[in-house]
Every structure is written in structure tokens, then in C-alpha cells.
Design a protein around this ligand. Structure first.
Ligand code: F3S
Length: 647
């Protein structure tokens, strides 16, 4: 039986497991990328493993999220740390202002057939060039940089057949909005979307990357296109034709699901507040007043996208509507220089667009927030409530063509109704290649001193597990505790992400404001939880903070999957009550003793918790596998890898 593209790449990277959908596998990672918001932790993790150099074929660190100084040194401190740590450990560094990680990675680094793991959820953008690109947490990236495989469940592969050709003023964004309309934001969980069919050959790599980028909004593990003539054209224009290789599904390849889309039937679509799958036809909203238009983000800021907007304004001989504030954040310095070379930067400036940095910018609420209660149309990928920085704004997501039509007219407008002639944007034969803001690793790492400002303070692992854990129950909580309960988000706390002692002060502060103080006074202890402990966001600080405060084990009725994995990674034993009613036999303040002398892998490994205060024994289990047991015994995954490396 033939293989599809996903299977071909996984097969050549498989380290453990079988290629059966839903079964656990481990794959070798060729490339990693990080952005600054998640990258600081990833490199701090990596640094603490004690390796002299990254083990990947290529690792790149981008600064694109927190680029603007907002009243303190935290961002600048992070940038300098990222630059020096990259130089020392063999990582390429892309400076703030060079552009958005996914755009630059596509232009300069992504390679068909390679695996890429990135600490950003839109890492699958590189699937536009035929790379199997997956988003993950900072720890996973650190482990990949250390040469460890990436563990995941073998995804289902969905074949998306594209037929026909897009009509004028309908574009790649409308293809992915159509998929979101059909499948919803949960439709891609556990799946990789593999595109194929006749229609593929009409889509350039940047257009394909718009589709794979926003596959993340389907909840998909990844999305991927074949590597064909279009891929060759793009890579040649980037001076990278030597890295091109053909990559296609075998004619008899099988898929778990098949979806058909006739491109010629699509029309301009728009995602309405506050979810990317609230998709309607632009026509249905025509006439609604719009206050703001933002063009950019890793979804739609390529040369093709900005040229399209400029050419529409040029042909229409129009300027931005007086009641609209319109801004562009180009995807990269390369894109900005290219549109300038074509004379289109000037066209857009004269039309009344404001130019922002080549960075994420308004996509993460870094400036250009909409007015209160205002309507903002953006070419971005997310429109969650409040993400724009304005709590009551109404944010819509659309294509560059639709955004341009709206910027001109000041109201929702189907771009086909402007009466313009068809505009075709061809990729240039050669892009303006300018890597002057990308720095190669240092030739002599010993010469580099990693710069750490006072806001960077890191502790990565704890002491190895002994035969016995003793201490007090510092907190007893109920069911459905979220990671937001454990470590709250917000503008005050997030800048402390690289300062573990400082951020740990906030552990459980929303539940019990004395928790951190008590934990420090008692020298650590235990937490008792109910069902679904640690649900919600995947933030690893919800495990790092408790680890720093000396939490040795959590005993709960059940765990949310990602938080349980994070607890294991940071050396905290996640125990489960064998009899859920035993939850009632432990109170806050009780002294516990946990016998870990027979701690071993398996569902049936029973760990006895002795409640010394009440004079009773309580059986618990954990269900950890062999690797996880080793990680807990070592004191966390960083120590485990470090020990392995030191042999
Ligand atoms: Fe940046 Fe927004 Fe993409 S934050 S990486 S432009 S989703």
C-alpha cells in the first residue's frame, strides 16, 4: 500500500511506536523554532541540561512578539538573553524588526520533508513548503534541541482535495475560512490536513502557507502541502533551490478522511466575533460600518498579500476611507523591501496606510487596538474576545482582498463589488534576500557569555526522588481546578515568565493568598485535588511554580492530560486515589508520608500514602510508563536528560 505525505515523513523520522492512528509514537526532530514569548523558557530549560550545543540540524530563535518597549526592561532583557544564548549554543537568531517567525522560517529555513517543532501554535505554517511542522511547549522544544524525540499520538490524516481555480478576489484565506465554517475550531483535533488535487498547482507557497497557518484554528496537529514545481519556484526565488526535493503522496495512498473543496465555487468569507469558525459570506454583512483595518500577522503578510492590497488601491485610485484607521505590519523585512522595490510601499503610504513594525504587533494586542466597542477587520487568524487589547471590540477575520475593499469604503464590502479588473500577483523570480538581521551562532562558543538581566532567574529541576516523601498538605482544592487557578495570567504576571522565584509568589494566589508564603515556611509539601485537576491552558508555569515552592506530589481524583505531563516534566509525582472517596480522608494541614520505595511503571503500581495525622493508610496509583518513572526519579525531565547525556 502506498503512503501519504504525512506517513512518508513520519516513517523516515520514526524513533518509537507504530504508524497507527491514535497510538503513541516518537519522532526525530530536524529543526526547531522559538519566538521570544516562549523562547526564553525553552532556552533556559535547554541551558540547564548542560549540553554544549543543540543537537538539531537547525534551530532558530526569533524575536517578534514582545518587540515594543512597554515601560520596563523585561523585554529588552529577554532579547539580549535570547541573542547571547543562541550564539553560545548553536542557534540562529533573528533580531526584533526582522519579521514574524513563521514568515521568515518559510522564506529562509523551512525544507520539504523535514520535521519542524516550534514553540508557537502557528508553526504548521511551514507545511506550505512541505515540512511536517508542529507547535509544542517550550520544554518540548528544549528536549528536541537536546536531541530527544518528540512524543505524540499518530495523527489521523485528512486528505483535502482542492478542485478548480479560485475566482478573482477570492484567495487562500477563503479556503481555510471555508474549512473552519465546515469543521469548526474542534474539527482538526488529532489530525493532520494533507492538501492535494488539481487545484493545488495554482497556489503559490505563500498562499499555501496561509492555509496551513490557520489549520491551527481547526485544532489540527499540522497541515501540509506537497512539494512540487510551485515549491521549487519559491525556493529558487529565495536562492534555496538546492534544498528543494519533490514530495508527493503515492497514487494509492490511503487517508482516514477525505474532504473536497471546489475552489471555483468559493466566495469572499469572513469570521465574525469572537471565534475563527463563526464564518459568514462577506456579502451577508455588507453595509456595516468599520472603524479599523489591520493587514498583517503570520497568516496574511506575504509579498503576495501586500502587493494585492497595493494594486487594488492603485487600480481603484482610492485612499483609505476617512473614518477608517488602517495599518499594515509586513511579515518580514524582505517583504517590506520587495514591495518598496516594486513602488508599492509608496502606493500604500499615499493611500493612507500606517506602517507598523515587521512583527506580530496588533495580532497579540501590541498596539493598534480598536476603539471601544469598535469594529476591526483583520487579516489575522484569531479574533478571541479581548485579544486585540480592547475588551468590547468586534474583531472580524478576512482576506487581504476583503480587508482592502473595506479600508477603501469604510464598510463591510465584497471586494468583487468594487468593479476592479482581475489582479494577478506573480512571485518575483528573485526575492530581495537580506539576512543582515539573522545572526549565525558564534564560531567560538567559549567567547560568548550568556547575558542574563536581573529579570531572568531560573530553576529548572528539583532533587532526585528518595524512598520517602514527607510533609504537610499545604492546600486541598475541589474539582476542575484550572491552570489559571494555579498560576494566573495577566499583564502583571506574564512579564515575570523568566523569573521563577518572582512568578512563584502568585501560585494559587487566587485561591489562597498565603499559599506561597506557607509553602516556603514549611519547606514544601503536598496538594490534594479533585477531578480533572489542572484543566485549561497548557502553561508550564503551573508546574514550575509549585516545583519551585517545593511541592513533592499532588494527590487527586483525576488529571487533565497536559498538566499531568507538565507535573511529570518538573518532577512532581501525580498520584491518583485508588478509591475516590479517600479524598475525604485527607484535610489541609495533615502530615503525610509517602512510601516511594517500590515506585515502578504500570497501572497496578500502588503507592501508599500514610496520613500520620489521622493514623490511616490510603492507596494511590499513578499509571506512569517507564520513561516517566525515570523522569520523576531523576527530579524532572531536564535532570533526566542531563543524566542521560552525562552517561
Ligand atoms: Fe505572531 Fe499572531 Fe502569528 S502573535 S506568530 S502573528 S498568530
Amino acid at each position: 500500500m502506498g503512503l501519504n505525505i504525512v506517513q512518508k515523513i513520519i516513517k523516515t523520522h520514526l524513533v518509537e511506536g507504530e504508524m497507527v492512528a491514535g497510538k503513541p509514537i516518537a519522532i526525530k526532530i530536524d529543526q526547531t523554532l522559538t519566538q521570544d514569548a516562549t523562547g526564553t523558557m525553552a532556552y533556559l530549560h535547554f541551558e540547564s541540561m548542560g549540553l554544549p550545543k543543540v543537537q538539531t540540524e537547525l534551530s532558530v530563535s526569533y524575536v517578534d512578539h514582545n518587540t515594543i518597549q512597554a515601560g520596563g526592561p523585561e523585554n529588552a532583557n529577554d532579547h539580549l538573553f535570547l541573542q547571547t544564548v543562541a550564539a553560545k549554543y548553536g542557534v540562529y537568531f533573528s533580531k526584533a524588526g526582522n519579521g514574524i517567525c513563521h514568515q521568515i522560517h518559510l522564506e529562509r529555513f523551512a525544507i520539504p520533508g523535514k520535521t519542524l517543532l516550534g514553540s508557537d501554535s502557528h508553526t504548521p505554517t511551514a507545511g506550505g513548503i512541505g515540512s511536517l511542522a508542529i507547535g509544542a511547549g517550550g520544554m518540548d522544544i528544549a528536549l528536541a534541541m537536546a536531541g530527544e524525540p518528540f512524543y505524540l499520538n499518530m495523527p489521523k490524516v485528512v486528505r483535502v482535495n482542492l478542485y478548480g481555480k479560485l475566482r478573482p478576489f477570492v484567495s487562500a484565506k477563503d479556503v481555510i475560512l471555508e474549512l473552519l465554517r465546515r469543521l469548526s475550531v474542534k474539527g482538526g483535533v488529532g489530525k493532520v490536513f494533507e492538501y492535494g488535487g488539481e487545484g493545488v498547482k495554482y497556489l503559490t507557497v505563500p498562499e499555501r502557507a496561509t492555509i496551513t497557518n490557520m489549520g491551527a484554528e481547526l485544532g489540527a496537529t499540522s497541515s501540509i502541502f506537497p512539494s512540487d514545481e510551485q515549491t521549487y519556484i519559491f525556493m529558487k526565488a529565495q536562492g534555496r533551490e538546492a534544498q528543494w526535493r519533490r514530495l508527493e503522496a503515492d497514487p494509492d495512498a490511503e487517508y482516514d478522511e477525505v474532504i473536497d473543496i471546489d475552489l471555483s465555487e468559493l466566495e469572499p468569507l469572513i469570521a465574525c466575533p469572537h471565534m475563527p469558525d463563526e464564518v459568514k459570506k462577506v456579502k451577508e454583512l455588507e453595509g456595516m460600518k468599520v472603524h479599523q483595518v489591520a493587514i498583517g500577522s503570520c497568516t496574511n503578510s506575504s509579498y503576495r498579500d501586500l502587493m494585492m492590497v497595493a494594486k487594488m488601491f492603485e487600480q481603484a485610485k482610492k485612499t483609505v476611507h476617512p473614518m477608517v484607521s488602517a495599518a499594515i505590519s509586513p511579515g518580514s523585512k524582505q517583504v517590506l523591501r520587495m514591495i518598496d522595490k516594486e513602488g508599492m510601499y509608496d502606493v500604500l503610504l499615499r493611500a493612507g496606510f500606517r506602517f507598523l513594525e515587521c512583527a506580530c504587533g496588533p495580532c497579540i494586542g501590541m498596539g493598534f487596538s480598536p476603539p471601544s466597542g469598535g469594529v476591526s477587520v483583520r487579516t489575522f487568524n484569531r479574533n478571541f474576545l479581548g485579544r486585540s487589547g480592547t475588551k468590547d471590540a468586534q474583531v472580524y477575520l478576512a482576506s487581504p482582498e476583503t480587508a482592502a475593499a473595506i479600508a477603501m469604503t469604510g464598510e463591510m464590502k465584497d471586494p468583487r463589488d468594487l468593479g476592479l479588473e482581475e489582479i494577478k500577483i506573480f512571485l518575483p523570480e528573485k526575492f530581495e534576500i537580506d539576512d543582515s538581521m539573522i545572526f549565525a551562532p558564534a564560531a567560538d562558543p567559549d567567547e560568548v557569555e550568556v547575558w542574563k538581566g536581573p529579570t531572568i532567574n531560573y530553576i529548572g529541576y528539583k532533587e532526585p526522588l528518595g524512598d520517602k516523601l514527607e510533609g504537610e498538605v499545604l492546600l486541598k482544592v475541589g474539582d476542575n481546578i484550572t491552570t489559571d487557578h494555579i498560576i494566573p495570567g495577566g499583564a502583571k504576571i506574564l512579564p515575570l515568565r523568566s523569573n521563577i522565584p518572582a512568578i512563584s509568589e502568585y501560585v494559587y494566589s487566587v485561591v489562597d493568598e498565603n499559599f506561597a508564603k506557607r509553602a516556603k515556611e514549611k519547606g514544601g509539601g503536598f496538594i490534594v485535588g479533585g477531578e480533572n485537576y489542572g484543566q485549561g491552558s497548557s502553561r508550564e508555569h503551573a508546574a514550575i511554580g509549585p516545583m519551585y515552592l517545593g511541592i513533592k506530589a499532588v494527590i487527586a481524583k483525576s488529571y487533565a492530560r497536559i498538566h499531568r505531563a507538565n507535573l511529570i516534566n518538573f518532577g512532581i509525582l501525580p498520584l491518583i486515589f485508588v478509591n475516590p472517596e479517600d479524598y475525604d480522608k485527607i484535610d489541609q494541614g495533615d502530615i503525610l508520608e509517602i512510601d516511594t520505595s517500590n515506585f515502578a511503571p504500570g497501572e497496578d503500581n500502588i503507592i501508599t500514602v500514610i496520613n500520620r495525622t489521622k493514623g490511616i493508610s490510603i492507596p494511590t496509583k499513578h499509571g506512569l510508563n517507564e520513561r516517566q518513572v525515570k523522569i520523576i526519579k531523576a527530579g524532572g525531565v531536564l535532570k533526566y536528560v542531563k543524566d542521560k547525556f552525562e552517561g
